[in-house]
Write a protein that binds this ligand. Structure first.
Ligand code: ATP
Ligand code: MG
Length: 466
């Protein structure tokens, strides 16, 4: 309904005459946002700052999403007050961030993020100035140059993210023709696209993220430089990329996001080994990743929890076999080769994207489970069922099968086993007789007879290995 109202608005934009310091102003009758749509905490933060004599607005994703009749993920506030001045106004406020100082105002579990108006950085800083806020590539290193509201609008990434809403007057200030681009479903960088990507290459990922989330097109001048500039992502700290990757894949639009990342040559910058697997074994790799992400999207839609570990396990899995093979060709036995390949792959990936240990350990456990699921005789099946990682390991097995891996019906067997009664389970184990080391794990192991205790490194994750 809101959307319709907004779309039916026919006021032509006076684009030509405007300089960037004169915003398009939309009165409350010209847009569908109502105060009631907005977090009362966000409104109280804005009003408190305004009453203290500062300028303050709601800005960014919340205004954009409300115009599109979507539920904003969070509410961001922009103000003329410095972080210290903001903190002084609220008891429940904390200054965070180094590269970009912000204030978080806490209301129970809700956090309102307050950012001080900032200006673009001068292009002509001396390279040898130790205070320089730019890298020689144009990348902005520090971003704490404060500015006016007009400056703040110009330094934001996309036109659709540079809309300011004043809950008092219920007016929207549009400095960059963001309303026009929202109507036309376009992601457009403010200013010169190449320069804006060079300043912060993460904007390339953000362009793709918003295109997928909103189902918008990336405007052609904003899209054109991405392919060439994608390698600049290599300069971004691995910890920041981890945060961005979670935003890319855990927002409920992972499949489409992944397709766009591949199309724009960004996927290989984030997951080089997976991109190589995509080249060498395209159908299998693409299907496995696609299915894993579709499953993630579905779980998010259903309100079910998702773990980054499963996601990373799936994204990297197709890159494993080639490495295992390489190590085996150098004479390493299959199981240690698998362990070593897993270790190498995860360490390499962490150079690019800093996946915290609390996720890398479960990745290893999910992978190790793949070797253990085929071995079911005696008490092994029941022991596996009790393993806290069983469910993830089993889901992962089904994922591999969905991508065409031949496991000799292992997934169905485990599905049936979980539903079976005790006596049925005993008979299922008896029926295995000799089949139990069947295909499934990416290895073939020769047994030298007897039921030896498995040696170190066989089939179990070694904590601290990564
Ligand atoms: P969402 O929160 O729905 O993911 P958002 O647009 O609110 O989307 P945030 O990451 O919360 O995104 O950032 C808030 C606002 O800050 C953005 O709308 C944009 O105006 C500005 N912004 C964020 N990151 C950048 C960046 N790298 N370069 C320029 N502006 C940015
Ligand atoms: Mg936001």
């Amino acid at each position: 309904m809101l959307k319709k109202l907004f779309k039916s608005l026919r006021s032509p934009l006076r684009r030509a005459k405007q300089s960037h310091s004169t915003p398009e102003v939309l009165s409350n009758r010209q847009h569908p946002i109502h105060r009631g749509d907005i977090s009362r905490y966000a409104i109280s933060v804005v009003e408190r700052l305004q009453n203290a004599g500062y300028q303050a607005y709601l800005v960014g994703g919340c205004v954009r999403d409300l115009l599109l009749d979507l539920d904003p993920k969070d509410f961001d506030v922009a103000t003329s007050a410095t972080p210290e001045q903001v903190r002084a106004e609220f008891r429940n406020a904390r200054v965070i961030g180094r590269r970009f100082k912000l204030v978080h105002v806490h209301f129970g579990r809700e956090i309102i993020e307050v950012a001080t108006f900032r200006a673009n950085h001068p292009q002509d800083e001396e390279d040898d100035d130790p205070r320089a806020s730019r890298h020689e590539s144009g990348r902005i290193l520090r971003d704490n140059v404060y500015g006016s509201l007009e400056d703040d609008a110009q330094r934001r990434d996309f036109t659709i993210n540079a809309l300011y809403y004043d809950p008092g007057s219920e007016r929207i200030l549009d400095y960059a023709h963001g309303v026009h681009d929202i109507r036309n479903h376009l992601i457009r960088l403010i200013g010169d696209p190449t320069q804006r990507y060079q300043e912060d290459p993460v904007r390339m990922l953000r362009a793709v993220r918003f295109a997928a989330k909103l189902d918008f097109d990336i405007e052609k001048h904003s899209a054109a430089p991405i392919y060439k500039l994608a390698p600049m992502l290599g300069e971004i700290p691995a910890a920041r990329l981890f945060d961005e990757v979670l935003k890319l894949f855990l927002a409920g639009y992972a499949v489409y996001t992944y397709e766009l990342l591949v199309d724009y040559g960004l996927f290989g910058q984030l997951f080089p080994a997976s991109a190589a697997a995509l080249k060498h074994n395209p159908d299998y790799t693409d299907t496995l990743i696609h299915n894993a992400l579709a499953n993630t999207d579905l779980r998010i839609q259903q309100g079910k929890p998702v773990t980054p570990a499963f996601l990373f396990a799936a994204l990297l899995w197709p890159a494993l076999p080639a490495r295992v093979l390489k190590l085996q060709e150098r004479g390493m036995p299959p199981i240690p080769a698998m362990q070593e390949a897993a270790h190498e792959l995860i360490s390499e990936q962490c150079q690019r994207i800093a996946v915290p240990k609390r996720f890398t350990l479960p990745i290893r456990e999910i992978w190790d489970m793949q070797e253990r699921l085929p071995r079911r005789s005696g008490k092994r099946a029941d022991l596996l069922l009790e393993n806290p990682r069983f469910r993830a390991g089993y889901d992962f097995l089904l994922l591999r099968e969905s991508a065409g891996e031949q496991t000799g019906g292992l997934g169905d067997w485990w599905t049936a086993y979980q539903d079976a009664s005790d006596s049925e389970r005993r008979s299922m184990i008896r029926d295995l007789s000799g089949k139990e080391d069947g295909p499934g794990a990416p290895r073939k192991r020769k047994r030298s007879g007897g039921r030896r205790k498995r040696g170190a490194g066989e089939g179990t994750a070694k904590p601290g290995n990564d």
